[in-house]
Design a protein around this ligand. Sequence first.
Ligand SMILES: C[S@@+](CC[C@H](N)C(=O)[O-])C[C@H]1O[C@@H](n2cnc3c(N)ncnc32)[C@H](O)[C@@H]1O
Ligand code: SF4
Length: 344
Amino acid sequence: MATSASRFGARVLTDTLRRPLRDLRISVTDRCNFRCVYCMPKEVFGRDYPFLEREKLLGFEETARLARIFVSLGVQKIRITGGEPLLRPQLERLIAMLARISGLDLTLTTNGALLAEKAQALKDAGLGRVTVSLDSLDDTLFRAMNDVDFPVGRVLAGIDVAARAGLTPLKINVVVKRGVNEHSVLPMARHFRGTGHTLRFIEYMDVGHSNGWRLDDVVSAAEILSIIHAEMPIEPVEPSYRGEVVGRWRYCDGSGEIGVIASVTQPFCKDCSRARLSADGQLFTCLFATTGHDLRSLLRGGASDGDISDAISRVWAARTDRYSQIRSAQTVKLPKVEMSYVGG
Ligand SMILES: C[S@@+](CC[C@H](N)C(=O)[O-])C[C@H]1O[C@@H](n2cnc3c(N)ncnc32)[C@H](O)[C@@H]1O
Ligand code: SF4
């Protein structure tokens, strides 16, 4: 098994490219109350779409048990995601179980639709902070992009309630798609500058196989930065740790930071330390994977923690993924799992 000595003397699990396992994204549902055009287009995710049945989803006890095993293997940060995680009833119960794992950085990504109602309960349960996805401040455009006519004002209200509840520092994810919302970049930067919330612009990616991705639709991080720099000068910030996927920039006048996630134009596979657990307990070692590894069968088949730990270690030790570095016209057509399923 691939291991090397850590700075604490313990053995560190590494993959074939010597990348440690540090981050885990846990999807708690594959369902969503939005139909963002770049993620769950309505034509594909319609009434007849075969979403996971209830009994296939991991229960909170099962999820928490896996989380503890992942932490014993080196995971330091867990992000709860989906689909839309706040659709999962009583999510705060799971948060409370995970918050008991000592030393863990616990966060959650949400579209913000239910955040105003849920923020305080999540905070009380022990959630550290949230990331809210928001692609435009223009109500008409936002309603069109979420494709369920959801008003932007309610997401903004959710952000305010979350900030007041102390789920900070709060991050706001913006996916930029050419011809759709690149005109929202400057208004977003103006609005959130000086608020303490960090905007993070994400290059539109070829996740899944249903969003009709084309390279021409990607607005590069370099282009986004130059749009902002022309009006509000920015300068680079040193990464906080090796392998940070976000390129960090700060406003030269000290009014805050922004980030760019350039997974298409500047792939960060070489430092990727992230695993993903789907809501039905499949382990994926890449966002662009086509198949997962079944941990639910182990959980429900009576495997011990040691057995499960060994199974995860074997999968990680054999990991070779570096999709974004080898992306091509051919790879784009692969039957990759959907982001709403594997956990964004
Ligand atoms: C899949 S969502 C799940 C969590 C929650 N529903 C939300 O929207 O925040 C996680 C993140 O993935 C981003 N995302 C979805 N599809 C994407 C794509 N094709 N390219 C880049 N980012 C994408 C979303 O904007 C969101 O910030
Ligand atoms: S990005 Fe999030 S909110 Fe939008 S459809 Fe995907 S899972 Fe839902």
